[in-house]
Design a protein around this ligand. Structure first.
Ligand code: LLP
Length: 380
């Protein structure tokens, strides 16, 4: 990790630190590997909506994948072309839909018949036609944590294939809505590329179903979900985008003139972000020691919410290792970063880096316990 601790020794902790060189190298890779097949990548803003990060990602020519009106607005403010903005989500409010329409965004990813009806009505009022992709639940298992799997019929996301005849019928009476795409997303932090192969095979079947009804859409949106290496970030600072896109190239049947889109979040930004925290107290336990740090689940909720593993580095100590539970100051037992983790012997005042925190870290922070929001610093 390319972090100069001396430079930050007097800065108030905890804070986020972003390595923008790593981010740029990652973006270059995504750009090169997706360009190989003419694929379009929309950055999933939900992973990190930091202004500097958004601007940098925009400067590489990517589009934006948004799930709220504020994300649409933040993307446009950061300079993303509205023609490259997609707007997804099961519960878009009327105001949010109007914002998307006003900005003539590329596409609304629609998740139900009632949403199509509302979209049609609001577009009609504004004398516009809304471009939509149907978010289809492909019923493919992503083999990831159950809180971040989305592509099964039991999940709240997407339209199931058994409802599709009704959807097509509804569309016939909705003149202000134009079907331009099919959208899929099976989950997040997917490290087994076989899951994406499974998605491609299923999408081919689904396209066949539409084709049999004389429907060929302009684009296929295959969602996001590519996972990263949390346990050993150094080994894979940049995810294997080449193999990821290759799977789609090999297994997805694309019709002539159809474009293929992706919505990657985590894979772009996770490794460039680190949560830097200082050790407040060491408390001796029976089985393990507690290293009580000044960051908590308010800054990074992933371990508490998904039992997520993040590598932790002691940036100060070079002593022999001992076992620690690394915990925060919040009044909840779930407020921990690691259990029984081997770290160099740790003392009050040591700096720790919680690695791979660039995605779903700062953006999911809260002010619970009336905590002050952590600020961000950048490598340049
Ligand atoms: N597209 C859709 C429709 C999504 O729901 C998501 C993520 C993405 C794209 C981007 O997925 P990614 O490439 O980042 O995997 N907070 C959780 C992750 C929640 C993901 C929600 N949806 C975590 O910290 O692991």
């Amino acid at each position: 990790m390319n972090f100069d601790i001396q430079k930050y020794s007097h800065v108030k902790t905890p804070f986020y630190w972003y390595d923008l060189d790593l981010l740029e190298n990652t973006l270059k890779q995504v750009k090169d590997e997706s360009k190989r097949y003419g694929y379009h990548v929309h950055y999933a803003v939900k992973a990190n909506a930091n202004e500097r990060i958004l601007q940098l990602i925009r400067s590489y020519g990517f589009g934006a994948d948004c799930v709220s009106g504020n994300e649409v607005q933040a993307s446009i403010n950061a300079g993303f072309e509205s023609k490259k903005v997609v707007f997804a989500g099961v519960g878009k409010s009327d105001d949010e839909i109007r914002l998307g329409l006003q900005n003539d965004i590329f596409c609304f990813n629609v998740e139900s018949i009632p949403e199509l009806q509302v979209l049609n009505e609001l577009a009609g009022e504004m004398e516009k036609q809304a471009a939509v992709a149907l978010r289809i639940n492909p019923n493919v298992n992503a083999s990831t944590h159950h809180y971040i799997t989305t592509g099964l019929e039991e999940n709240k996301f997407g339209i199931n294939m058994w409802e599709m005849e009704d959807v097509l019928q509804a569309l016939e009476n909705l003149p202000n809505v134009k079907l331009i795409g099919l959208h899929f997303h099976i989950g997040s932090q997917i490290t087994d590329l076989q899951s994406f192969k499974g998605l491609c095979v299923r999408v081919n079947e689904i396209q066949q179903w539409f084709f049999a009804r004389h429907i060929i859409v302009d684009h296929l949106n295959m969602g996001g979900g590519l996972g990263i290496n949390y346990t050993d970030p150094e080994k894979e600072l940049i995810p294997d985008f080449a193999s990821y896109f290759q799977v789609f190239h090999d297994f997805l049947a694309v019709r002539p003139k159809q474009t293929v889109h992706f919505e990657l979040g985590r894979a772009l930004v996770a490794q460039c972000g680190n949560l830097i925290t200082k050790v407040l107290y060491i408390k001796k336990g029976v089985q393990t020691n507690f290293a009580i740090v000044d960051a908590g689940m308010t800054e990074l909720i992933r371990p508490a919410l998904y039992q997520a593993v993040h590598k932790i580095e002691n940036l100060t100590s070079i002593m022999p290792e001992a076992k620690y539970d690394v915990v925060g100051p919040i009044c909840e037992s779930s407020d921990f970063f690691a259990k029984a983790r081997m770290l160099p012997e740790t003392q009050r005042g040591d700096f720790l880096a919680i690695r791979s925190a660039g995605a779903y870290g700062q953006v999911m922070s809260s002010e619970y316990n009336l905590r002050t929001k952590a600020v961000a610093y950048y490598s340049k």
